[in-house]
Design a protein around this ligand. Structure first.
Ligand SMILES: Cc1ncc(COP(=O)(O)O)c(C=O)c1O
Length: 438
């Protein structure tokens, strides 16, 4: 689909069809399209200083953005590396974690280099990121991936990979798996554990709260850096400014992207605690990392204006409020839409898992799920899907009226036979050109 225009929570295609931007363009346009404040910030900055790098120099917007990020993370992080995308944010975190240990004053820690992550996670496109994610497809296509990366099964309660039936009777085996992996890899070889607080690409996988507590505790116990990849969950998506903001064991490194600039310009950040920063002091110890556009002044100016809107308009609170309204509306559909196997999520990050049989949890195929997505689009809602899971990630500015429309479209789209006798080609053609089925 060719998207030509955006306005608030809507986007338009080249036939003028209007759609609810149900996955926020790519999970990033938190404040919606068309905000003049960001246009003004970019224009002013480009006039004043189009470019200065953050390599052996710096500029005011990078300093201000770094200070703002430190402020809004409540002083948990003291230092900021600015990048251009989420992949750079996670790659930076991985390199930082390895160098941190190599520069340890304790010889036994200097060999720590292994990275543990959740199987099926998504951390970006670079080799470090795909080695972390450990997707079979990546290994087959671009392998061999980098050695020293290990994945543990994710906290996917609906289809528990540990074959447990329910939390808390499961004993949180998914978290204990981290300790088993550390021991089997060799305690002194592990540098870091990285997770997405809610796994997006895997299908909006929400662990029990206690999971964060336990893995954080394990990291601390074994002197392993705890990295939170909040590229998707950061800046209000889950109903809090950051999903990890109230964890008992605060991550050592925080990766941010996407909604940091609401997608208006490419921007990301990797935040580190002062303990980490101190290891990089002294001759020859600095973090020699960065690309030309890292911390670009125009992107930083836009990021600042965007964060200002997120805070002033209390968008995390709105995501919590409208998210729970949307969630309860969707849960009501469970009674009569038997394809709904599981609904889960937090704030405005919601996943609906489609099954053919609730008891057996037989998943819809990719193709069947895609057909449903097309039906939604025909009715004016763009949404995301992965395998048999629908993803709803609307902009954080939506109100109850838009939430009602989303619920109504999903309800209709799940009514079997809605498009049963229309071929996909015909459906696509109609959806694209007219936005209507009949
Ligand atoms: C959790 C997470 N980390 C990292 C990335 C990579 O971000 P980018 O696509 O900006 O490189 C993504 C992208 O979807 C993501 O969801």
């Amino acid at each position: 689909m060719v998207i030509t225009r955006g306005e608030g929570a809507y986007v338009f295609n080249d036939h003028g069809q209007r759609y609810i931007n149900g996955f926020s363009s790519l999970w990033n346009v938190a404040i919606g399209h068309g905000r003049e404040e960001l246009v003004a910030a970019a224009t002013t900055q480009m006039r004043e200083l189009a470019f200065a790098s953050c390599f052996r120099q710096v500029h005011p917007r990078a300093i201000e953005l770094a200070a703002k990020l430190v402020e809004i993370t409540s002083g948990k992080y003291d230092h900021v590396y600015l990048g251009s995308n989420g992949s750079e944010a996670t790659e930076t975190a991985l390199k930082m974690a390895r160098q941190y240990h190599k520069q340890s004053p304790y010889t036994k820690d200097q060999g720590r280099h292994k990275i543990i992550s959740l199987k099926g996670s998504y951390h970006g496109v670079s080799y470090g990121a795909i080695s972390t994610s450990g997707q079979e497809n990546d290994a087959a296509k671009y392998g061999p991936l980098i050695p020293g990366f290990r994945q543990i099964d994710p906290p996917y309660c609906y289809r528990c990979p540990y074959e447990k039936t329910e939390y808390p009777e499961c004993g949180l085996e998914c978290a204990e798996a981290l300790e088993h992996a550390i021991k089997s890899e060799g305690v002194d070889s592990v540098a870091a554990f990285i997770l997405e607080p809610i796994m997006g690409v895997k299908g909006i996988i929400v662990p029990p709260e206690e999971f964060y507590q336990r893995v954080g505790e394990i990291c601390q116990q074994y002197n392993i850096l705890f990295i939170a990849d909040e590229v998707t969950t950061g800046f209000g998506r889950t109903g809090k400014l950051f999903a990890s903001e109230d964890w008992d064991y605060s991550p050592d490194i925080l990766c941010l992207g996407k909604a940091i600039s609401s997608g208006y310009l490419p921007l990301s950040a990797t935040l580190a605690t002062d303990t980490i920063y101190q290891r990089f002091k002294g001759k020859g110890n600095q973090f020699e990392h960065g690309s030309t556009a890292s911390g670009h002044p125009v992107c930083a100016a836009v990021g600042l204006a965007n964060i200002d809107i997120i805070l002033k308009e209390r968008l995390p609170e709105n995501a919590a409020k409208i998210g729970s309204y949307l969630m309860s509306g969707l849960r009501k559909l469970e009674e009569h839409r038997k394809q709904i196997g599981n609904i889960r999520g937090k704030g405005l990050m919601i996943g609906i898992e489609l099954v053919k049989d609730r008891k057996k949890k037989t998943p819809y195929s990719d193709n069947e799920t895609f057909d449903i997505i097309l039906d939604f689009a025909t009715m004016g809602l763009l949404s995301y899907y992965t395998r048999n899971i629908l993803g709803i990630y609307p902009p954080l500015i939506i109100d109850q009226a838009i939430a009602d429309q989303i619920i109504s479209i999903i309800d209709k789209g799940l009514s079997t036979g809605f498009t049963a006798n229309i071929t996909r080609r015909a459906r696509l053609a109609k959806m694209y050109a007219t936005g209507k089925l009949t």
